[in-house]
Design a protein around this ligand. Structure first.
Ligand code: FE2
Ligand code: FE2
Length: 193
């Protein structure tokens, strides 16, 4: 059953990203990294595989396509508070639910919050969020401290990535997702790291 589903998703991705090998490479690299972390933190391989493969599945869609797909399952209020570059996370969640009939909440949340993160993430959410940032094909240089931390403390790693993201977006005059800001505040209210 799962193998069949994974095969169908792989087929969909090869069609979608036929002319974007880099994206396909990124997706598989996220999966590899997430599986490595899953081994350490004992998370289901199937859940990791499905969430990783689908996290960027709608990256090729236009803004209106992404928007209307996301709106099938998310309220306008939710989408409105998300910066445009994170819209694909919501549309990919809708794709997972509708096209691939996935109803596992952990998988759906891991796809929906892989871009912004949020406070009180589940373990699968944290793993996909981290793997998306530190996977090997990323063109930016990832702090060695973050790479090291990912193997020992998921919350600290999520916090460090969020702080780097906040810093980067501020420097480029771009908005930080409300969910990211709330998560940073929640970590800091508990004393930070
Ligand atoms: Fe993404
Ligand atoms: Fe990604």
């Amino acid at each position: 059953m799962t193998e069949n589903l994974i095969g169908k998703i792989e087929e969909y991705l090869s069609e979608q990203f036929l002319h974007d090998k880099k994206r396909l490479e990124h997706i598989h690299s996220v999966m590899q990294k997430a599986l490595e972390l899953g081994e350490i933190f004992r998370v289901s391989k199937d859940k990791i595989t499905i969430a990783s493969l689908l996290h960027d599945a709608t990256k090729k869609l236009s803004f209106p396509e992404n928007y209307s797909m996301a709106r099938i399952i998310f309220a306008e209020e939710t989408i409105k508070h998300s910066p445009k570059p994170c819209l694909h996370a919501y549309s990919a969640t809708a794709l997972a639910k509708i096209k691939f009939q996935i109803d596992d909440e952990e998988i759906l949340n891991a796809i929906a919050y892989h871009c912004s993160g949020r406070k009180n993430m589940g373990i699968l959410e944290k793993i996909i969020y981290i793997a998306d940032y530190i996977e090997e094909t990323r063109t930016f240089i990832v702090d060695e401290e973050i790479k090291h931390s990912s193997k020992v403390d998921l919350d600290r790693t999520v916090y460090l990535i969020m702080k780097e993201t906040e810093h980067y977006l501020k420097e480029h005059n771009r908005p930080l997702a409300k969910d990211t800001l709330e998560a940073i505040e929640a970590y800091e209210s508990k004393g930070g790291f």
